[in-house]
Design a protein around this ligand. Structure first.
Ligand code: WT7
Length: 651
């Protein structure tokens, strides 16, 4: 594991503890620690009880069917998640409550109530049906952070058409791959979105994906920026025109609890993204319950999850969880530094945000920008802070607590994955005493453990691999059309046990400390990227003969992409080539995957059997003493690479 020892040393030094403030604990949604024992004693009974708040057309016959590695939850039950997100609250008289305070980057704002959202979702569902989308058909969504992305997702769910949201930062190629894999019938997109004062175009990429995807019949296009775009009447439909013409009501389609709700692609250790499959009933119960517990959701809260809807955090904790809990959310389109570096704090002040959930990479960036920006604003409305996406270092945790949370807000560091669907490790803010940098404990009903290479639990005070020993309601149901890879990736390392791919340690008090990935997956600003994906992109460039990519520690982004490239004979490793390769990776995957550094080298370190020793490249990237090089076939190359690395530019 990269830097594992240092990380463990640092964490061992952390002795500060923060019990829940008594006033917070007294009012908390969950305040009785008995909930942990209750869930463990009768897992199925526990999840049956939690499911009763929802509307089911038909009750389940069995809570859980577990045939490892396949779980089914609420067997035989039928429901519709949008009925539970919208109609249920409206029928109870809550239609006028605000669902989203949406803030556009240029400063335009929209307030959308539950009743208005319901009407838009119904119209959009009717539009999709008119476009030929039926229950079970996949719909790709490639949009900026505008309210229509939520409407689009819910419209799909309303008619039982699984959505596949592709993050707007992905390139045309990456979009095309995903559209292909799921054989989408329609792409919902926008002309573009606003980012740092500029239009970020989406339509051109959607057109390219359309041209290369025989399964896609039509594109539905939201007008957001109004900039000039290619238009083809045979394939493009304006969202606003179709919405206006559509009926304002639409009966939800009754689907089975195990009906596929969505696919979300994520990087694994190979170049091909995995289509993570989530279904309806268990995901619904799981997202709602964890959202309520972890964020201590009360009716008067204004909650802001500052992730992008295109990632699982957005799916579970901007869209489904909050809506299921009848929560008022803030949603923001743009970057945190536009027009100035206090944009978030301004939004919190104006909308009286009470709960903020964001990523460590953002917190470290704010730290770098300085204390003055948050200090300009009255953020006394905040009462709880959350963190997600990567390990949060104790300094960032303390800064977050002091400068954003005014030393009074509990922090919930939440560990989970696209695969897990919901938060699995996190403090419960009214119960758990936190330690800066620790995700603390598994949530009630979550059987997390840390094991050694042989799969045995390690004693407290030791490190190993994070595993999950029992199924949970929102867990992935597999990889889209690839059961083999599903078994192979998660269930064979330790048979019958879910292997998360993360290193972890438990301290003497049983607290969990996450130590980063143990496989070839990087975490750059919370974006999950596989080293193989970037390597494949690099070698697709005609100038590149061979490439190796590693993630190296970065003070702001967590990890940064470090590339080592062997150029073809006759090609020079110039500054231009450096820029060209970066642009090439951005084109194939997306700008967030661009290597921060590229070292041109005549050869890569290899074992006698030809395996690239990335561990040594990581040592070089992080300025460490080289590890064992005795198995290298070409040990002398290391010196040359180290010299090159020392003089290579960084972006
Ligand atoms: C990977 C999953 C879960 C939504 C965002 C990322 C890392 C996530 C934490 C945390 C330490 C974390 C893990 C995990 N991770 N949260 N609180 N502490 N590491 O979802 O893209 O599926 O990535 O993110 O390495 O495996 P994802």
């Amino acid at each position: 594991m990269p830097g594992e020892h240092e990380a463990i040393e640092n964490l061992l030094a952390e002795s500060r503890t923060f019990p829940p403030p008594p006033a917070f604990a007294a009012e908390a949604v969950v305040s009785d620690p008995a909930i942990y024992d209750e869930a463990t004693a009768d897992l199925e009974g526990f999840w049956a009880k939690e499911a009763t708040d929802f509307h089911w057309y038909r009750e389940w016959d069995r809570v859980l069917n577990w045939e490892p590695p396949f779980a089914q939850w609420y067997l035989g039950a039928t429901t519709n998640i949008t009925y539970n997100c919208l109609d249920r609250h409206i029928e109870a008289g809550g239609g006028d409550k605000v669902a989203y305070h949406w803030v556009g980057e240029p400063g335009d704002e929209r307030t959308i109530t539950y009743a208005e959202l319901h009407e838009d979702v119904c119209r959009a569902a009717n539009v999709l049906e008119r476009m030929g989308v039926g229950t079970g058909d996949r719909v790709a969504i490639y949009m900026p952070m505008i309210p229509e992305i939520v409407v689009a997702m819910l419209a799909c769910a309303r008619i039982g058409a699984p959505h596949t949201v592709v993050f707007g930062g992905f390139s045309a190629e990456a979009l095309t791959d995903r559209v292909h894999d799921c054989e989408a019938k329609v792409i919902i997109t926008a002309d573009g979105g606003w980012r740092r004062g500029q239009v970020s175009d989406l339509k051109t990429a959607a057109d390219q994906a359309f041209d290369n995807s025989p399964t896609v019949d039509l594109k539905l296009v939201v007008r957001r920026t109004g900039h000039e775009i290619q238009w083809n009447d045979d394939e493009d439909i304006w969202w606003h025109e179709a919405m206006e013409a559509a009926e304002a009501t639409c009966e939800p389609v009754e689907v089975d609890s195990e009906h596929m709700l969505y696919l979300l692609y994520t990087s694994g250790t190979t170049g091909k993204p995995k289509g993570i499959k989530h279904t309806t009933g268990g995901y619904m119960v799981g997202t709602a319950v964890t959202h309520r517990w972890v964020f201590d959701i009360r009716p008067e809260d204004v909650y802001w999850c500052a992730a992008d809807v295109g990632w699982v955090t957005g799916h579970s904790y901007i869209v489904y969880g909050p809506l299921l809990n009848h929560t008022t959310s803030v949603m923001y389109e743009g970057t945190p530094d536009y027009p100035d570096k206090d944009r978030w704090w301004d939004i919190i002040e104006r909308h009286r945000v009470s709960i903020l959930y964001c990523a460590p990479t953002a917190i470290r960036m704010f730290m770098k920008w300085g204390d003055a920006y948050p200090a300009r604003h009255d953020m006394s409305s905040l009462r709880l802070l959350g963190s997600v996406g990567e390990p949060i270092n104790p300094e960032a945790w303390m800064w977050y607590r002091e400068h954003i949370g005014g030393d009074r807000c509990p922090i919930v560091d939440t560990w989970w994955q696209t695969e897990t669907g919901t938060i699995l490790l996190s403090p419960l803010p009214g119960i758990t005493t936190t330690k800066p940098g620790s995700a603390t404990f598994p949530l009630p009903g979550v059987a997390a453990d840390v094991v050694d290479d042989a799969g045995n639990s390690v004693p407290l005070g030791h490190g190993g691999y994070l595993v999950l020993r029992k199924p949970w309601p929102a867990m992935l149901r597999g990889l889209y059309r690839d059961d083999e890879r599903y078994r192979e990736t998660y269930w064979t390392r330790f048979p019958g046990v879910y292997f998360a791919g993360d290193g972890a340690k438990r301290d003497e008090d049983g607290y969990f400390w996450l130590l980063g990935r143990v496989d070839d997956v990087m975490n750059v600003s919370g974006h999950r990227i596989s080293t193989t994906e970037v390597e494949s992109a690099l070698v697709e460039h005609p100038a590149v003969a061979e490439a190796a990519v590693v993630g190296r520690n970065d003070p702001v982004t967590g990890q940064a992409v470090a590339a080592f490239v062997v150029l073809r004979a006759g090609v020079d490793g110039t500054q231009e080539m450096h820029g060209e390769l970066r642009a090439h990776v951005a084109g194939l995957i997306g700008p967030f995957a661009k290597p921060k550094s590229i070292v041109f080298t005549p050869d890569l370190p290899k074992t006698r059997s030809g395996k690239i020793m990335r561990r040594l490249l990581r040592d070089i990237s992080e300025d460490r003493q080289l590890g064992d090089i005795t198995t290298l076939a070409n040990a002398d190359i290391m010196e040359a690479i180290a010299e090159q690395a020392a003089v290579s530019p960084e972006d």
